[in-house]
Ligand binder design. Structure first.
Ligand code: GEK
Length: 246
């Protein structure tokens, strides 16, 4: 069995024709490098998802990783609840991502039988008996009108005291702060080795598909749906991660 290789992200290094960003094979084969160099604090967030899963996973319940990509958050969570009898469901609508995750799981036999991979649109997914639900930089790609129905479905499928972890790129109502955090983020990306061309071409490709919202909007929406104790546990520039309890 050949392990899927991961390459350096050079997708936007040459001038490209305009087009929307898609999670295809080209992205899947550089994804680890791309997300680590593009999301400030990604490795910290992944590690802390493991810590939160260990704390809030309830016996005989399920862990859901919605928009799992290559399973970074799934594996961090299951690694921390490994001594308990768990079941995890990793969902993504990108065939390229799910195929790679399934191949990766073949080399991790102790987890393979306990992690179900589903290639489907998470807006159509069934969610039940969940004590830990992860939306790690996924909600931002869901059309705005589908976010409330999706979050309601997640809430309905969760057990009392279960935790939802939502990480997102965010926007700020104060235009000066918004600009400042975007500029700081672009400096971060330059420090991570991306050129100005790569940064601007990726930004243009994401413009219509990654739709960020404010932290206030996230908090209000989650509370209106019924979640309690909602707040941010991580923030760096225009990236944040929140917890919300049922
Ligand atoms: C991580 N959580 O490494 N249904 C299912 N999957 C979707 C949908 C949808 N409607 N829309 C987007 N996706 C991961 C990182 S990446 C974030 C998540 C990023 C999937 C999409 O295919 C992609 O794999 C993932 O959501 C977003 O912790 O690249 O910024």
């Amino acid at each position: 069995m050949t392990k899927p290789t991961q390459k350096k992200d050079r997708i936007f290094a040459q001038t490209k024709l305009p087009g929307d960003f898609v999670f295809d094979e080209t992205v899947a084969c550089v994804f680890e490098d791309m997300i680590n160099r593009s999301v400030p604090g990604y490795s910290t967030i992944i590690a802390m998802i493991g810590v939160l899963a260990e704390e809030y996973y309830q016996d005989r319940s399920r862990i859901y990783d919605l928009g799992c990509s290559l399973g970074g958050a799934t594996l961090a969570a299951v690694d921390r609840v490994d001594c308990r009898d768990f079941s995890a469901i990793a969902i993504d609508n990108s065939t390229a991502m799910i195929d790679r995750l399934q191949i990766k799981l073949k080399s991790l036999p102790k987890f393979a039988s306990k992690i179900e991979c589903r290639c489907e649109d998470l807006c159509d997914s069934e969610i039940s008996d969940a004590s830990v639900v992860v939306l790690n930089f996924t909600l931002q790609f869901i059309p705005l009108a589908e976010r409330v129905p999706l979050l309601r479905k997640i809430y309905a499928g969760m057990k009392p005291d279960g935790v939802l972890i939502i990480s997102e790129k965010i926007t700020f109502p104060d235009e000066k702060l918004n600009q400042l955090f975007i500029e700081m983020y672009h400096s971060f990306k330059e420090n991570m080795g991306y050129s100005k061309l790569e940064i601007s071409q990726k930004r243009a490709a994401l413009e219509k598909v990654l739709l960020p919202e404010t932290l206030d909007l996230h908090r209000d929406r989650l509370q209106k749906i019924g979640f309690q104790s909602v707040d941010v546990w991580f923030q760096c520039f225009n990236f944040a991660s929140m917890v919300a309890f049922k």
